[in-house]
Design a protein. Sequence first.
Length: 650
Amino acid sequence: MFAADTILEHVDFEVRNRNEKIAVVGRNGAGKTTLLKVITGEVELTKVDGEDSSITSTNPTIGYLRQITFDDLSVTLDTEIRKVFADIIKEKDRIDELVTLMDSAEGNEAERLAREYTTLMDDFKDRGGYYYEKEYDAMLTSFGFTLADKEKKLGEFSGGQLTKLAFIKLLLSKPDILLLDEPTNHLDMRTIEWLEGYLQNYNRALVIVSHDRMFIDRIANVVYEITYGQVTRFSGNYSDYVRQKKERYEKQLKDHIAQQKEIKRLTELVERFKNKPSKVAMTRSKLKQIEHMELVARPADYDTKSFQAEFTPKLETGKDLLFAKDLVIGYDRPLATINLDIKRGERLGIVGDNGIGKSTLLKTLVGDIKPLSGDFRFGVNVQTGYFDQRMAQYTSDKTVIDDYHDTYPDLTETQVRNQLGAFLFTQDEVYKEVSALSGGERVRLCLAKIFHTKPNVLILDEPTNHMDMIGKETLEAMLASFPGTVIFVSHDRYFVKKVATQILDMRVDGVTLYPFGYEDYVERSNARGLSEGSEGFTTNTDFVGVATSRSLCNRDKYSLGGISADTRADNKITDSQAERLAGKEADRRRRQKKKLEDKIESIEKEIEELKEELCKPEYASMYSKLTEIQNEIDAKEEELLTIMEEWDNS
């Protein structure tokens, strides 16, 4: 409870096994973050009628990102992160010490040392003692740091970078239960995909609060839904949860209706015969039948309340909407060179790593910053509506209704209330101070202002960051049916998949336009990476996609299988030859991958044989021999890790 408000009631939440991957879902304000705080002990449960308020029956180590802070910003990144390896290093020192002690020990002492050695080795392996250095380096680079950054002091990093370092420190600490609250916020797609893979293989329990549907779909094997203050468990990932929830609702509704019909039938029967002496026994029997029924409640309706707006642009633009020719964007240095030819009605999704220039491109298009060189122009009748991701931090001492009315003073109070009501600001909620609103509420207020102007071009920078799933689905549907043009930046892959008709992929090595949706983009961008590794050919970074006659900035270029049309023309390579070359490259990679898989299988077999040898009774007191075998196992596992990394990157 907070003050007099009950957030959660009769909570039944379990982490049932050490490898369980749990996603917690629900509307904004439902109590998801509160549940995490209950698990950590930051918020205490209130006992009701003597009920047990315990959340755990064991004492697992619990890791929560919000609890990690850096006390000393003068130490280096490496010094700070290595604190999480203190126990591993201590174990390694003790293992080395035990090897020496076992060589001279005898009898009971030898057995005791052997037992301690075995226990420590198992724990050392479980903690990742054989590969923690490589994992540390891989994690740094995956979050956008360089190995040279290890020697930088923490005070040299930005607030956002310190948050990432805290996240890295948490992941490397490997708690028994890892709690993550919106872990994908402010991460680019590449980092999110890396994090997915890491968490899928995390060999401990995981509890995630997230609105990223694709992220939890790929990780979770259990979903807890919080709705109307109640917590319900579902087996499976997000898609399974959606299906099961619908099935449960339909079954409960069907059972409820059937039971109510039966109660009505029995009640009518009793009423009909209750005054007939010959039917007294029968009527009593029917009444008892009703009394003993376990009533099936009518299921609560889905909480699908969301914002809405009738949104038709005031004006229609011309067919040619936006043209950019060698547009160089940046501040003190160039970040990217952009070439675009956007037509009316298209929905361009912009993706790429953080810091690559996505938001800078939008700011350039709306005139907030000037281009470094090149030019761009909009077509006729273009009226833009711009959402900046910083709007989620917008503050004001004014109430919501006053803030909106001051923005559009020509509106009547009724019009203001109606427009705010469409974005879920109803009744007394319009008298909240803007500074007291949540991030999601501020986003809704800003969208209400933008949509009031009825623009024909929406330019949106991370519009879904603070939205719950229902809000995202509402915005997806609105943008999909919008008759104007949409240009947006988002790291939410599901949102991009639902909305975008084209993808602009911004990378360090160039900017690529894919004239199709997200799923084809993923397939083609992977093919692009493969083709760039082929000898003798280059990829046209201006335009990658299916063969088309459409011009891009007056250049008729296209690519097939990642080999550009220009390249094929210059080298006099036909389409069929290009396809054969791409096929040969794919075959070569498949053969290489199969070779690595065979090698992995062989090493795994060798490791198992060595472990069996390690357990032979005749070696029980031969500590030098045990050490020799263990060293062989260590070397083989190190070799296995290297080959598995090569396989993963092949």
